[in-house]
Write a protein that binds this ligand. Structure first.
Ligand code: PEP
Ligand code: MN
Length: 276
């Protein structure tokens, strides 16, 4: 299988808009669950720029449990992301749910996210095998490691080698946390595959107060990066409000995880302490 390591030292670095993922430096991808407005995106983009975070996440095609919930700003959101990318020079990481989205988003997205609910959308995976852009493949809600690797294999087999795996928590019996962050899977994936592995502590825990501790653990266990949800006014997020960090909390996450990264021999760019 192309996805497996041929030797323990085989590691692939995937570059999103000039930012390497899987190298010595850890990556942080941050932003709202969903693009909501120009003001929201600008406020987040200003904060990312100050924190030296160069990749913005923001969904415009949202997979929602109920068809009556907000489905994302779709084409209007695409235009907002296009404008924010131009204004701030950030790379855009955003979800596509179908081949039709892929065609529309190609100009704007720098990395296509395949969400948990679509990890085994094989037609989408095959189409992503044909593109020449990175893919962030999230583990399915209850997918085994073999199933995740099989899904990645579809993209690699199609000819696209730029795949990043993402552990985002798996289903369990206990609703106390939204999902269960499978840290063992991160360590295992780092052994089985040469692909970069990042962690989403936001969907993994579903609770704002657990996101920073989970992020610290992810860095300690060997993740190559983090994808985190944040919002200028977290309680007003139209989706996933309970897990959105405030922008101050995002800064705290960067500072705390940078220290853990250093302890485990990795780097994470950290902003200079602001004067009190
Ligand atoms: C998201 O990133 O907002 C998202 C829907 O993630 P997941 O597919 O992991 O649930
Ligand atoms: Mn979300």
């Amino acid at each position: 299988m192309l996805v497996r390591q041929s030797s323990p030292s085989q590691h692939t670095t995937v570059t999103i808009a000039g930012v390497p993922v899987g190298g010595p430096s850890m990556v942080v991808i941050a932003g709202p669950c969903a693009a909501e407005s120009e003001t929201q995106l600008r406020t987040v983009a200003e904060c990312l720029t100050c924190l030296d975070i160069r990749l913005l996440r923001a969904g415009v095609y949202k997979p929602r449990t109920s068809p009556y919930s907000f489905q994302g700003l779709q084409d209007e959101g695409l235009q907002l992301l296009h404008d924010i990318k131009r204004a701030y020079g950030l790379g855009i990481v955003s979800e596509v749910m179908s081949v039709a989205h892929l065609e529309r988003a190609c100009e704007v997205f720098d990395c296509f996210q395949v969400g948990s609910r679509n990890m085994q959308n094989f037609e989408l995976l095959k189409a992503l095998g044909q593109v020449r852009k990175p893919v962030l493949l999230k583990r399915g809600l209850a997918a085994t490691i073999e199933e995740l690797l099989g899904a990645a294999e579809y993209i690699l087999a199609g000819g696209n080698q730029q795949v990043i795996l993402c552990e985002r928590g798996i289903r369990s019996f206990d609703p106390a946390t939204r999902n269960v962050l499978d840290l063992g899977a991160v360590a295992l994936l780092k052994r089985l595959t040469h692909l970069p592995v990042i962690v989403d502590p936001s969907h993994a825990t579903g609770r704002r107060e657990l996101v920073i501790p989970a992020a610290r653990a992810a860095v300690a266990v060997g993740a190559d990066g983090l994808i985190v949800e944040c919002h200028p006014i977290p309680q007003q997020s139209v989706s996933d409000a309970a897990q959105a960090l405030s922008l101050d909390e995002l800064e705290q996450l960067v500072r705390e995880t940078a220290r853990v990264a250093q302890a485990v021999g990795r780097q994470l760019p950290c902003p200079v302490e602001r004067a009190a």
